[in-house]
Design a binder for this molecule. Structure first.
Ligand SMILES: [Zn+2]
Length: 705
């Protein structure tokens, strides 16, 4: 379990889909024309004409900038969320699609292009996939059926963990894997040390709220979930009665796990998840599972110690190990095997998986086209090698890298400047904050060293095997990091990814080439537009090192208090203003947001805007220009800075996505990400001539940085 912070909620990646603007597929010639290249979609670009001048910017700025865009861009049927970044998503995917298509046909390919090409061909071969039915998972189902006692269970859990992507790393709620997660974790007190981490997991719904909330919609989702599990069990040959009983067992077991799991607000505090233990201490939490066999079979080196994110979870697991029958555990493991693989199997599995996991949970109406799913999996499984390289060659020229580096430097300088103007922070803490800022390691575009996938075996005809093989490779690579020095050069996102992150334990900011594109970064646009969009994202990530969570780590990434106690107290008061402001009702959903859950992201949004604006001001001053001088288009550069910021968050989302974000994700919903930040800004107030009493001016503006 790491505390890595993103700029974009991962739902945008979960619910990948296609749009009305998807490049048309020349289907007739698809398998014949070796020169076939799919055209790239048109990207969204900020333009002042996007705003609705009939609306008052001081009333609802998000609507002022986004309402015309929102009306013109309804959510496509095969999407759950559609934003000004969505065409870029398809743009990036199309580049990968072309690269893989090319590699699947090229004659005399080298070994790496063979892998990419065969992965693609196997994935796109729907006829073969349908012919196979669920045969590809039969060996694993047989292994589960052959379990004779609890002593056989660890080997099965290892096999599941190795074959399913992601069992070694946690998200905001859990590690999504059968029973629990295990993987490399940087020690909280000594960031040079890679240890082993055990995390809560085992829940297939998006977070514990989905199991425990009494809210009507959540109760309904649970009923649909049980029906879904039953359906999947029937698809692997169980009789309806057996499948129904198994589904109820799965629900009962996962609910018990959810009850014992640490909630996502407590999980945000690194002190809560930092529970270092010896192996013996850990085993004592849940002695009924053979942990030594698990660690041996998963090929784990022996770390100095283990970190257990939530000991209570493992205590509860022990109770379950003692009380649930072997048959119940076998049903649970069967469910996880089919759940993790359904999307790669034949149509009945794909459709049933879509009905619940995309339609019921996220409101997506139609399944996205297969090519997009294949691109998504290939990027996940092989994206740090030649596939990522192909993207960089096509979409990220050296000039883009140089410009972004300059932007990052300018915004880091702005943060340094800002630190010394804070009247609430003592000079001693200011110096420490600046030290931490200078120690931030900037990673831009793509890794210096591409990953070597030469040991990954890719076969032409079997996507399930290819996914399992690539996952096994990645699982092994991850687990092998344990007890080795921490590698600060490593990337946690592939180059085409549209996202960015700050890693507090490595003290690095990371901006993949995929996000350094229009509408976020647009070399044809003036500074005020780029600072308002990508500049703010950069400021957001840098300031994560100084949000309520990040501030607890020092320049080296150690969880160590470097704050003068009075400064820390004042910080907490200022942060409380933000969490109070962002806690509010969402009447249309019957839900209330939790400002404690979103505090880190909201702080980063507020600080990000400020840093980007200071940096932009510095630029203008240097050129002897004013940010507040009206230009020929009728707007001042400062106004365009705020407008470009809002534009980069224009979106339409289905209510199911809002529900997921509010209950399970630390990012606020887009409209609040824009409006609350602006409401706290005196410069916004001035730029648009707003005044106290209007909705876009806060009575008590919050500001930390
Ligand atoms: Zn963030």
């Amino acid at each position: 379990m790491r505390c890595i912070r993103f700029v974009l909620p991962l739902v945008a990646l979960l619910a990948i889909g296609a749009s009305a603007q998807t490049p048309s597929t020349p289907s007739k010639t698809q398998n014949k024309d070796s020169d076939l290249v799919w055209p790239l979609p048109k990207l969204d670009h900020f333009d002042v004409n996007v705003v609705d001048q009939k609306l008052d910017p001081c009333d609802d700025f998000y609507r002022f900038v986004c309402s015309k865009w929102m009306a013109a861009n309804p959510i496509p049927a095969d999407e759950a969320y559609w934003s000004t970044w969505s065409n870029l998503q398809i743009y990036n995917e199309t580049i990968l699609r072309n690269a893989m298509q090319e590699a699947s046909r090229a004659k005399g390919r080298d070994a790496v292009h063979q892998k990419i090409g065969d992965y693609w061909a196997a994935c796109m071969n729907v006829e073969e996939v349908n012919k196979q039915g669920y045969k590809p998972i039969q060996p694993m189902l047989d292994q589960i059926a052959a379990i004779k006692s609890m002593a056989d269970v660890p080997a099965v859990v290892v096999a599941l963990h190795k074959a399913d992507p992601g069992s070694y790393t946690g998200d905001d709620n859990e590690t999504v894997a059968a029973m629990f997660g295990y993987g490399p974790t940087i020690d909280f007190k000594d960031a040079s040390l890679m240890v082993g981490g055990f995390d809560q997991g085992g829940m297939a719904l998006p977070s514990r709220d989905y199991y425990l909330s009494d809210e009507a919609k959540m109760v309904a989702i649970r009923k649909q979930y049980v029906e879904h599990v039953q359906k999947m069990m029937e698809l692997i040959g169980e009789k309806p009665e057996q499948a129904k009983a198994d589904a109820e067992t799965v629900m009962r077991m996962e609910t018990a796990m959810a009850k014992a799991a640490m909630d996502n607000v407590r999980r945000r505090d690194p002190e809560n998840i930092n529970n270092p233990m010896s192996l013996e201490q850990f085993i004592a939490l849940a002695p009924s599972f053979d942990w030594k066999t698990y660690l041996k079979l998963v090929d784990s080196p022996t770390p100095h110690h283990y970190i257990v994110s939530s000991p209570d979870y493992f205590r509860a697991l022990e109770q379950m190990l003692k009380t649930e029958s072997l048959d119940n555990w076998k049903a649970y493991l069967r469910w996880w095997e089919v759940h993790e693989n359904a999307r790669y199997l034949s149509d009945p599995f794909v459709n049933a998986d879509f009905e619940f996991n995309a339609k019921t949970l996220f409101g997506q109406q139609e399944l996205e086209p297969r090519w997009r799913r294949c691109v998504h999996w290939a990027n996940r499984d092989l994206g740090y090698g030649p596939l990522g390289q192909a993207y960089v060659e096509k979409a990220f020229p050296p000039a883009s890298k140089a410009t972004t580096e300059n932007l990052v430097n300018a915004i880091e300088a702005a943060m340094g400047q800002d630190i010394h103007t804070l009247d609430w922070m003592s000079p001693a803490t200011q110096t420490k904050a600046e030290e931490k800022l200078h120690a931030v390691y900037d990673k831009i575009g793509y890794p210096d060293k591409w990953r070597d996938y030469s040991t990954v075996k890719v076969v032409p005809g079997n996507i399930v095997e290819n996914v399992a093989e690539a996952s096994g490779f990645e699982s092994h690579r991850q687990i092998s990091k344990i007890a080795k020095p921490v590698d600060r050069e490593e990337w946690g996102m592939t180059p085409p990814t549209i996202n960015a992150y700050y890693d507090p334990q490595m003290n690095t900011i990371n901006f993949p080439a995929g996000i350094l594109q229009p509408p976020l970064f647009d070399s044809a646009k003036p500074d005020e537009v780029n600072y308002g969009s990508i500049g703010l994202v950069i400021g957001h990530e840098i300031s994560h090192g100084f949000d309520d969570q990040g501030r607890k780590f020092d320049a080296k990434g150690n969880l160590q208090d470097w704050w003068n106690p009075e400064d820390a107290k004042r910080y907490d008061e200022k942060a409380a203003c933000i969490s109070k402001e962002y806690t509010h009702d969402i009447p249309e959903l019957g839900l209330k947001t939790n400002g404690q859950l979103t505090l880190g992201e909201d702080s980063a949004d507020n600080a990000g805007l400020r840093m980007a604006e200071i940096a932009l001001e510095n630029n203008f001053k240097k050129a002897d220009k004013s940010l507040d001088e009206k230009q020929s288009d009728g707007w001042t550069p400062r106004q365009k800075f705020f407008m470009a910021h809002a534009f980069s968050w224009c979106s339409n989302m289905r209510p199911e996505v809002e529900r997921f974000l509010v209950t399970s994700n630390p990012h606020s919903i887009d409209q609040y990400r824009v409006n609350f930040v602006d409401k706290n800004s005196a410069e916004f107030e001035k730029a648009f001539g707003c005044h106290k009493g209007q909705p876009m001016v806060s009575d008590e503006p919050c500001r930390v940085w």
